[in-house]
Design a protein around this ligand. Structure first.
Ligand SMILES: Cc1cc2nc3c(=O)[nH]c(=O)nc-3n(C[C@H](O)[C@H](O)[C@H](O)COP(=O)(O)OP(=O)(O)OC[C@H]3O[C@@H](n4cnc5c(N)ncnc54)[C@H](O)[C@@H]3O)c2cc1C
Length: 344
């Protein structure tokens, strides 16, 4: 009961009742990196299809990147057309260069809805585009209730806001919370392809370099299993020595609470929550994490939540499917042994 009350996004999702419109024309921003399509865009496709069963997609990037992603993009179920815009100026997805292209292209093609994933790219490109089109930005939606009505979580997911877009906004600029929409399948689709002319902005912004945290573990945002640790891990050394064997045994990604990140036990890229990543894996293990609302905002959509905490009154137990009241320094090594034995 309580768990459902804490899961408004799931509730909204099941109440979805938008009708596809004959007049809508939806386009999806297909994100990619290193020649690979970003999975999160497939959730944006699912959202777009709720408005327009015949949505299109757009790939923007350097010619080599667009070429390598195109064959996969053409197969996305539910996309009838893929627009491609390639130029060196679009490599590395600088919003300063990509937004002017989209601001010119969308009205020209009569697009009514432009969807993308609420990722770093979506958060960067879409507001700039909305500004250029003088449209309101509709961010981080978890459901559609019609072609101009959307819902999104606010107050760290404790309330759901229903937004009706103004009729004056001819193009709805929308980012979607990827955990709230299933991913469109990549299968037998055979979208036609149309090239888009380059639009050069007059930006002085230049891409210099990027530093990425390299990990051999699954990507935290999309991993089916996540093992997360909190302040109780006490140090960077014990964070790794206790959690890594469990993550290895389960083939899981590692996450962390903000307290663990702030204390320097875990890298900032591992933070789960309101100001970190939003995840919804099959299995989420919260180890030595109290369950503050800001942490729950990033993981409460997980299918199975397991909590280990020595305080039986810790709030995390209110949302957990399975709870173990125990000292993590004893419980986790024991669990690792059991998982390893079960594999034999
Ligand atoms: C604007 C804002 C944004 C925020 N964004 C985020 C966010 O994105 N993500 C996030 O996580 N937090 C966020 N926070 C912080 C959040 O409010 C909490 O402070 C934080 O989540 C607490 O982290 P924790 O659970 O690891 O630590 P604590 O709250 O200190 O909990 C530690 C837990 O470990 C248990 N414990 C201690 N020792 C053991 C042991 N040996 N074995 C088992 N259990 C043990 C304790 O009983 C306790 O429940 C945000 C706060 C604000 C104000």
């Amino acid at each position: 009961m309580l768990r459902n009350a804490l899961r408004p996004a799931t509730l909204s999702r099941s109440l979805f009742s938008a009708q596809q419109s004959r007049f809508a024309s939806s386009l999806v921003y297909l994100e990619h990196k290193g020649g690979k399509l970003n999975d999160s865009s497939l959730s944006a496709v699912t959202a777009a299809k709720k408005v327009d069963g015949n949505a299109a997609g757009i790939l923007v990037g350097s010619k080599s990147d667009v070429d390598s992603v195109l064959s996969e993009a053409k197969k996305i179920e539910g996309l009838s057309k893929i627009y491609t815009a390639s130029s060196d100026a679009y490599a590395n997805t600088l919003a300063e260069n990509v937004a002017p292209l989209l601001a010119s292209f969308l009205p020209e093609k009569g697009i009514t809805h432009f969807f993308g994933a609420h990722t770093a790219v979506g958060k960067n490109v879409f507001p700039r585009l909305a500004g250029a089109l003088d449209s309101s930005m509709i961010a981080d939606i978890v459901a559609l209730e019609g072609e101009d009505t959307f819902t999104r979580p606010i107050y760290a997911g404790n309330a759901i806001l229903k937004i009706k877009s103004s009729p004056k906004d001819k193009i709805k600029i929308v980012t979607v919370r990827t955990t709230a929409f299933d991913k469109a399948a990549i299968g037998s689709g055979a979208a036609e392809v149309e090239e888009v002319k380059e639009v050069s902005g007059d930006s002085t912004t230049k891409y210099i370099s990027e530093e990425l945290t390299v990990s051999s573990r699954p990507d935290l945002s999309s991993a089916p299993r996540v093992v997360s640790g909190g302040r109780a891990l006490k140090s960077q050394e014990s964070f790794s020595s206790v959690l890594d064997p469990l993550a290895d045994a389960l083939g899981a990604a590692v996450g962390a609470s903000r307290a663990a990140v702030d204390a320097g036990y875990a890298d900032n890229s591992l933070q789960v929550g309101q100001t970190g990543k939003v995840v919804a894996p099959e299995l989420y293990m919260a180890i030595g994490i109290s369950g503050a609302i800001q942490h729950l905002a990033g993981m409460k959509e997980s299918k199975m939540i397991v909590a280990i905490n020595k305080d039986a009154d810790a709030p995390i137990f209110q949302i957990a499917d399975v709870g173990l009241v125990a000292d993590l320094f004893n419980a986790v090594p024991e669990l690792v042994t059991q998982v390893e034995n079960a594999k034999k």
